[in-house]
Design a protein. Structure first.
Length: 687
């Protein structure tokens, strides 16, 4: 039942009850007035919660708010009718003194009560009101138990619970605030501001180029857009622009309850994607930065320029561009994606190039979070990537989860992942998880389970235990694992992926003592630790992606040369063999295929004609010929009914249209000085 129909039913109920109330009010109107407010506090109207819910009809909203007080009076009279009349002279005097305070409590309490009720029962305010009126239908009640009668196995329900993502933990600011207080956030913002100022002060710096449209006076993002993003909260200085044509749609609602989504590019976004491929082919960083300047929320360009900034050791700009990319993804998600993500049911197919950009952005952002030591946030992002495709895990996030969970002070999350039946059957137990889960049990004050878990891990991977003892300077190394070495490059790779990064987690009195105790507990001789079954479940290409993205050159030598030869692009490292392309974004196919459709080309020509009309109305050519100054330009813009801000925006848009037309084989010829005015000073087209 909608809130509008609910209010209608409420009004009908009130009319009937008010008629009965009028008879009692006629006998003692003053006494009734004095006792209404206190009782309204004890039992606030549920419909006061609904006064601002329906934005479709403002007039009805105001009426509902006006009638909220009447509903409180009805509830008060019903309670009064059930009780015997008593002497209330002393109570009336007290209530008179506190009448104003009670009235304020009535107006404020429904909101607090609503939030509390929603947290405890999981129902929204409308559900609560329906239950109060006994109008809840059987279908509505059934919606509260999504798994009942759905046929979803307990194994899958357990998986959904383990992979559920709390979007509050995706924001690093929340963890920083929890660890260090609000002062840490202020210091971080000041440091980033100083870094941006330093970058803007350097001629040709990436920070200056990417922030060129963020100067004071330019339109920036509204606060409501910044707050509502589930991935990254935006910054006020970021440009106000659309996502450029990035969207999301549902591909399939699967029988197990999960929902597959995919990111999609419209025609304009595809055109910018082709321009990006041209910039990649030119191997000119300045051209890439220029493309980002005019397309501030294009994902591929953001990721590429972020890497350029990282190579120039401008880590602040590199991190901010990654955040802007994730912010763009958050603006483009489907309306049902957030709820399914929180339920562990959202899926993305890695075979689609549009989706792989999301994987790459999240991976690099996790690395940035590690540098900041916001490990709990990094863990939530890693769990999100696993949830997107737990069957394939194309980036082998399972080789990273344990360290993030332990460093993020959430050992229970690691235990839940390892003990999930579906993942246990699908992944088996990789060596890093087998060892780290013993530490997790130890931190959870489960010593017996920690010993038995570690004993099984050492028995299966003795070479990893020997390497760990060596790195921890344990002397002498326990005899059962002494001399155990990896049998091949594969096992050596697993050793180097885990031991150097995890040794500080074991380098505590409790951790080292547990390791030595369990190693000495073996009476029989341990085997060589051959590759177990689980290694066959990780495709070689997935493991290679993990190594390449880890950016550790020493590990690259352990990869097969056949796999390394396939690594040709940092913007899409090692795409799968069964790649699912929705359109041709290559420079070779862009001109022919794009010319055959001609739709985008006509749109660009039409927009170019509009821009030409705008600039001709300002008479730019005469201004340039007479020695243009900023005051002259502002005066000319005012006479033409324009502004400096609009002029900048139209100039930047002209550059985008010009670049798109050049890709279509249409040459835009300039008259005047484009350097002084952005672009578009007396333009003409010529094919």
């Amino acid at each position: 039942m909608s809130s509008r129909a609910l209010r209608r039913a409420q009004r009908e109920l009130e009319e009937k009850q008010i008629q009965e109330k009028l008879a009692r009010e006629a006998q003692d109107e003053e006494e009734s007035d004095e006792e209404v407010a206190p009782k309204a506090k004890a039992k606030p109207s549920l419909f006061a919660m609904l006064g601002d819910r329906d934005d479709d009809d403002d007039e009805e909203d105001e009426e509902a708010e006006h009638e909220a007080g009447g509903a409180a009076e009805v509830a008060s009279d019903q309670a009064e009718a059930e009780q015997a009349p008593t002497s209330s002279s002393s109570k009336k005097s007290k209530k008179k003194k506190k009448k104003k305070a009670k009235a304020k409590a009535v107006s404020s309490k429904p909101e607090t009560n609503s939030a509390t009720t929603k947290t405890q029962s999981g129902l929204d305010e409308i559900d609560q009101a329906l239950l109060a009126l006994n109008l809840t239908t059987s279908g509505r009640t059934g919606a509260n138990s999504p798994h009942e009668g759905s046929g979803i196995s307990e194994e899958k329900q357990q998986l959904f619970s383990v992979l559920s993502v709390d979007t509050q933990h995706l924001h690093a600011a929340n963890e920083m605030k929890k660890l260090f207080g609000r002062a840490a956030l202020q210091n971080t913002d000041e440091e980033q501001q100083r870094a941006r100022q330093r970058g803007q002060g350097q001629q040709g710096g990436i920070a200056a180029a990417t922030a060129g449209r963020n100067a004071p006076g330019n339109r920036n993002l509204t606060s409501i857009v910044l707050r509502r993003n589930i991935f990254v909260q935006g910054k006020e200085e970021w440009p106000r622009a659309t996502s450029g044509g990035l969207g999301m749609e549902i591909v399939e609602r699967r029988h197990d309850g999960s929902v597959e989504y995919r990111f999609v590019h419209n025609s304009m976004y595809q055109e910018v994607q082709r321009q990006f491929q041209v910039c990649v082919g030119s191997m000119d960083p300045e051209r890439m930065v220029q493309l980002l300047h005019f397309n501030p929320y294009h994902i591929s360009t953001l990721l590429q320029v972020s890497e350029i900034a990282k190579q120039q050791r401008d880590n602040a700009t590199a991190s901010e561009l990654l955040e802007r990319a994730l912010f763009t993804f958050g603006r483009s998600i489907h309306s049902t994606f957030s709820s399914n993500l929180a339920a562990g049911k959202a899926r993305l197919d890695f075979r689609r190039p549009e989706n792989r950009e999301f994987w790459l952005a999240v991976w690099r952002y996790i690395s940035t979070l590690g540098v900041r030591s916001t490990w709990r946030t990094a863990l939530e992002w890693a769990r999100l990537l696993v949830a997107m495709d737990p069957e394939q895990d194309p980036y082998c996030i399972r080789l990273l989860l344990d360290q993030l969970a332990l460093r993020g002070r959430d050992p229970q999350a690691l235990v839940d992942l390892v003990e999930a039946d579906y993942l246990q059957r699908l992944w088996k137990i990789p060596p890093n998880l087998a060892f780290s889960v013993a530490l997790a049990h130890n931190r959870l004050k489960q010593p017996q389970k920690a010993r038995s878990t570690l004993r099984n891990a050492i028995k299966e991977y003795p070479w990893l235990a020997a390497r760990l003892c060596k790195e921890l300077d344990i002397s002498p190394i326990p005899k059962p694992v002494w001399g155990k070495e990896p049998n091949d490059d594969h096992q050596e790779l697993l050793c180097q992926l885990y031991v150097p990064k995890a040794k500080d987690l074991w380098n505590t009195t409790e951790g080292t003592g547990l390791l030595v105790e369990v190693c000495y507990s073996f009476e029989e001789e341990l085997g060589a630790g051959e590759d177990p079954y689980w290694l066959a479940q990780i495709p070689e290409l997935d493991l290679a992606r993990h190594v390449i993205l880890s950016d550790d050159r020493s590990l690259l030598t352990l990869l097969d040369t056949r796999v390394k030869s396939k690594f040709t692009s940092v913007s899409d490292p090692l795409p799968p063999d069964d790649n699912l392309t929705s359109y041709d974004a290559s420079t070779a196919g862009s001109s022919q295929g794009h010319r055959r459709s001609g739709a985008v080309r006509q749109e660009l020509l039409a927009e170019l004609e509009q821009l030409r009309t705008y600039f001709q109305g300002i008479d730019i050519e005469n201004l340039v010929g007479g020695g243009l100054t900023e005051d002259d330009l502002i005066q000319a813009l005012e006479q033409a009914g324009s502004s400096l801000e609009e002029f900048r925006r139209q100039s930047e848009r002209f550059q985008v249209v010009r670049m798109g037309l050049q890709e279509e084989g249409v040459q835009v010829v300039f008259n005047g000085d484009p350097e002084g005015l952005g672009a578009g000073t007396g333009s003409d087209t010529d094919e």
